[in-house]
Design a protein around this ligand. Structure first.
Ligand code: ACO
Length: 328
C-alpha cells in the first residue's frame, strides 16, 4: 500500500491592481531605474490602496487555490497564514480569512517567520497531514509590506511590495508530496531586518511614531552577504534529506528578494537559468508571499507538471532560512 503524504493539490495568488514602477519611485527618493534594476532586478511592484488590507488578497488567493483543487471551503481542516503584516495584532488574520472563506470547521492561526514564513507554514501543514486526521490545509503567504515602508528611505522603499499566494495541501499518496522540509533560525542576527515598534518592547506611542519605529528597517548589505550561502546550504540539506541530487531539480523557486542573490544561488547549485522561477522583476520582495506567488505562476503557465521535482528556498527576518523539496 502506498504511504500517506502531504501533496499540494491547488495553488492561487492575488496582488493589488496598482502598479508602481521604478520611474514612479524616482519622483519620491534619490534613486534611479538603473540602480534598482541592476542592484535588485526589480522593474515594478504591486502596491495596495489605503483602504485595502492583507486578508483581502489572502482570501482571493485562497479561493483560487480551492478552485484549482476542486475542494469545498467547508472541507478545510486548518488555515495557516504566514505573514509579518497582519490586518491587526488581535485577532489573528487567519481567523478572518477562515470566516471570509466559509471554512467553518477549520482551526486557524498565523505564523511569523519573515520571508521564510511560507516554507515554515508548509512544513507545519505537512506534519498535521501526516500525523493527524486533517485532510485539507490552506497554507497562505500574504503581505502588505508597503503599509510599513518609509517612503523617504531609498534603501527599503524600492524593494518591498504587496501580494498573496496560497496553496491547498491535502493528504495524498507517495511518491507525490513534500519529500523534505528544513528550517533554521539564528536570533543573533535578529537586528538585520526589523520593525521595532507596536509590540510589548516598544508599544505604539507618539515617541515611536516620531522616531519612525513603525517602519521596516534592513541592514541590506549584511543580509545580502550571508543570504547566498544560507540559501545554498539549506537547499542542499533539503535535497540530501529527500535523496535527490541538485541536477534532478526540475524547478527552483527561491524567495524573490534580489535577482543577484537568486542567480548566485542557482549557479552554486548548478541549476540552469531556465529551471529557475523568477518574477522579482514584476512583484519586488513580497516576503512570505513571494514563493507561493512564483509557484502559482509556474503551475498555471503549465511549467510544473506531474512528477516534477520542485525545490523551494527562502531566508528572511529572524534571521530564518528554510527549504523544501516537493514531488508534484
Ligand atoms: N537608489 C540609489 N542608491 C541607493 C539606493 C537606491 N534605492 N539604496 C541604497 N543606495 C546606495 C547606498 O546609499 C550606498 O551608497 P554609498 O556607497 O554612497 O554609501 C550604495 O547604494 C550601495 O549600498 P549597498 O547597501 O551596499 O547596496 P547593495 O549592493 O548591498 O544593494 C540591497 C542593496 C539591494 C538592499 C541588497 O543589499 C539586498 O538585496 N540585500 C538583501 C535583502 C534581502 O533579501 N533581505 C531579506 C528578506 S527581507 C524580509 O525578510 C522582510
Amino acid at each position: 500500500m502506498a504511504s500517506r503524504s502531504a501533496v499540494i493539490s491547488g495553488t492561487g495568488m492575488s496582488v493589488p491592481e496598482r502598479v508602481v514602477t521604478n520611474a514612479d519611485l524616482e519622483k519620491l527618493v534619490d534613486t534611479s531605474d538603473e540602480w534598482i534594476r541592476t542592484r535588485t532586478g526589480i522593474r515594478e511592484r504591486h502596491v495596495a490602496r489605503e483602504d485595502e488590507c492583507m486578508s483581502k488578497f489572502a482570501v482571493e488567493a485562497s479561493r483560487r487555490a480551492l478552485e484549482a483543487a476542486a475542494v469545498d471551503a467547508k472541507d478545510v481542516d486548518l488555515v495557516v497564514c504566514a505573514t509579518v503584516t497582519p490586518d491587526m495584532p488581535i485577532p489573528a488574520t487567519s481567523c478572518s480569512i477562515q470566516q471570509q472563506l466559509g471554512c467553518g470547521k477549520a482551526a486557524a492561526f498565523d505564523m511569523q517567520a519573515g520571508c521564510s514564513g511560507f516554507i515554515y507554514a508548509q512544513s507545519v501543514a505537512k506534519q498535521f497531514l501526516l500525523t493527524s486526521r486533517c485532510s485539507h490545509i490552506l497554507v497562505i503567504g500574504a503581505e502588505l509590506l508597503t503599509k510599513f515602508v518609509d517612503w523617504s528611505d531609498r534603501t527599503t522603499c524600492v524593494l518591498f511590495a504587496d501580494g498573496a499566494g496560497a496553496t491547498l495541501m491535502s493528504a495524498g499518496e507517495a511518491p507525490r508530496g513534500v519529500l523534505a522540509s528544513v528550517m533554521h533560525t539564528d536570533g543573533n542576527m535578529g537586528d538585520f531586518i526589523t520593525l521595532e515598534a507596536g509590540g510589548t518592547l516598544h508599544p505604539p506611542s507618539e515617541e515611536t511614531l516620531r522616531r519612525g519605529m513603525h517602519f521596516i528597517r534592513m541592514r541590506g548589505n549584511e543580509t545580502f552577504k550571508i543570504a547566498v550561502r544560507m540559501l545554498e546550504d539549506v537547499a542542499r540539506e533539503a535535497l540530501d534529506q529527500a535523496g535527490i541530487p541538485a541536477e534532478r531539480v526540475d524547478w527552483f523557486i527561491p524567495h524573490q528578494a534580489n535577482l543577484r542573490i537568486i542567480d548566485a544561488v542557482a549557479k552554486r547549485l548548478a541549476i540552469p537559468e531556465e529551471r529557475c522561477c523568477v518574477n522579482v522583476d514584476r512583484y519586488g520582495n513580497t516576503s512570505a508571499a513571494s514563493i507561493p506567488i512564483a509557484l502559482d505562476e509556474a503551475v498555471r503557465s503549465g511549467r510544473v507538471r506531474a512528477g516534477d521535482v520542485v525545490l523551494m528556498a527562502a531566508f528572511g527576518a529572524g534571521l530564518t532560512w528554510a527549504a523544501s523539496v516537493v514531488r508534484w
